[in-house]
Design a protein around this ligand. Sequence first.
Ligand code: SF4
Length: 213
Amino acid sequence: MDIVAEGIDNHGLAKSRKERDQMVIDLLQTVGLQQEHANRFPHEFSGGQRQRVGIARALALNPDFIIADEPISALDVSIQAQVINLFQDLQKERGLTYLFIAHDLSMIKHISDRVGVMYLGSLVELTTSDEIFAHPLHPYTQAMFSAIPLADPDLENSHQRIMLHGSIPSPVNLGPGCRFAGRCPYATDRCRQESPEFKEVAPGHFVACHQVG
Ligand code: SF4
């Protein structure tokens, strides 16, 4: 109970102990847990239940915006779907905005309205989810998406994968130019000398690449 109540306590949101405890029970029920879960220790929860407790903690302050950093990466696939459904239900009920940080491309496609792709700490492409999966423009995005397995065996067999070579530079010792230049199949001398501007190349579609737009 205390871990869910932390935000309530720190911000003095409850006028009494009774009100605080009731707020915790309401939050647990909002995320699909029961009153009895309030008295359990962390090791008594499954992975999915722990994620639900984490979401309850985030909801305690009635936020408009939640940053979820790899919220399902440690969960079984069946539990992932349950947690994603919970996120989506809460979004509809409470009008929430999420920033999801994730590597699971199918989950990203399923849940996102807009997608930003980062490489070595920099945003290299940003647009709507539909647009980025239909027309990825940055060479890193194209290579990453080309690695997605296809369900149709015929398509999968004819599918061209973009293989990247070269090593990822140290993020603490970056040279001039584009951060992707050492691995990019389209890199030129300009790429190695001049950092590309993050610019809008089509309405709402932003890319950082000298060769695009
Ligand atoms: S700026 Fe050059 S190196 Fe960087 S992604 Fe574009 S083509 Fe590749």
